[in-house]
Design a protein around this ligand. Structure first.
Ligand code: ADP
Length: 299
């Protein structure tokens, strides 16, 4: 049996839509040619045909969008299932080994460490999925408080080095303002956003990450955080799409992920009145993420 791929399905609907629109236009033109002397049916016919054509175009756009969304949800489900299954399978294996065999104390400790890491990975995936659902629906700003971005970035970098076992030169702070960078916001969310960007920079950098983090105050009202790496890079056409929910770039498919991280980052940054953009000279040439947040001044 031949299974039609999603892109083939989209091509089919686009062709069908285009053919129907062409047929409707041809009918419309012949109607005008045959009835050009009868003003009332002519005007009526043109309006009805225009409505039919508009309906067809809208219908095609809607169908194509739905197919795309389904595709993305499928790949998201696959990614999440994989992210949940792998650590559970690993924990199970270690538990079975511990149950069946007499294990020396040092090795037993090592097993416990691995199982703890696996449970962390499970928790991270679950938190990411929950957070993605949450950020879509929250617009509240009543929990905002002054947050010093410089301290937050320093902490995040420190945590990133510990989490990924990196030497200081692999994850460096290259610029930090001398004055305070105060942002009105939720510190946990801002930390999540910065950590997601740092985790990605490490994840998509291969075995030897070289990451630079710079915080600057370009003017009185904003703070700009720049995180750049020398990793796999992002193709030009993908620079905007990577912020969409579930969107992952093919070349990075060897790296595990759910396609939710950048979506969460963008939602958080927007809720704080800022914006985020990505740049890359192309595949294999590293990536730079620039985050701008509005800042305030202490009275
Ligand atoms: P995930 O990492 O779980 O796939 P994200 O939403 O964090 O999801 O990122 C979306 C996609 O953007 C990733 O799949 C990856 O292809 C690309 N990407 C994100 N950060 C980087 C980076 N620093 N370098 C290269 N590609 C990146």
């Amino acid at each position: 049996m031949r299974i039609s791929t999603p892109s083939r399905t989209i091509a089919f609907f686009i062709t069908l839509g285009a053919l129907l629109v062409a047929a409707a236009i041809a009918l419309n033109v012949s109607w005008i040619v045959f009835h050009w002397r009868q003003v009332v049916p002519l005007v009526f016919g043109i309006i009805v045909f225009a409505a039919i054509i508009a309906g067809l175009v809208l219908n095609t756009i809607f169908l194509v969008r739905e197919i795309r969304r389904n595709e993305q949800q499928d790949s998201f489900l696959n990614a999440v299932t994989h992210e949940l299954k792998t650590p559970i399978a690993s924990i199970r294996l270690y538990l079975e080994t511990l149950e069946r065999r007499q294990i020396e104390e040092p090795q037993r400790r090592e097993f416990y460490q691995i199982m703890l890491q696996d449970t962390d990975r499970l928790l991270n995936t679950i938190e990411e999925v929950l957070k993605a659902g949450e950020v879509r629906h929250t617009t509240k700003t009543h929990d905002f408080q002054p947050v010093e971005l410089g301290a937050l970035v320093r902490e995040a970098v420190e945590l990133g080095r510990i989490r990924h076992r990196l030497p200081p030169e692999a994850l460096q702070i290259t610029a930090m303002p001398t004055e305070e960078a105060i942002v009105m916001g939720n510190p946990d969310e801002l930390r999540t956003a910065v950590m997601n960007l740092l985790d990605n920079a490490v994840k998509y950098s291969g075995p030897e990450p070289q990451i630079a983090v710079g915080l600057r105050l370009p003017d009185l009202d904003s703070a700009r955080l720049r995180i750049s790496d020398h990793g796999v890079g992002i193709p030009q056409g993908e620079l905007k799409r990577i912020f969409r929910r579930f969107h992952r770039v093919h070349h990075a498919s060897g790296v595990k992920g759910t396609g939710l991280g950048l979506f969460i980052v963008r939602a958080i940054v927007r809720r704080h009145g800022g914006d985020i953009t990505a740049r890359s000279a192309g595949e294999g040439k590293g990536s730079t993420f620039m985050l701008r947040l509005p800042r305030v001044h202490r009275a």
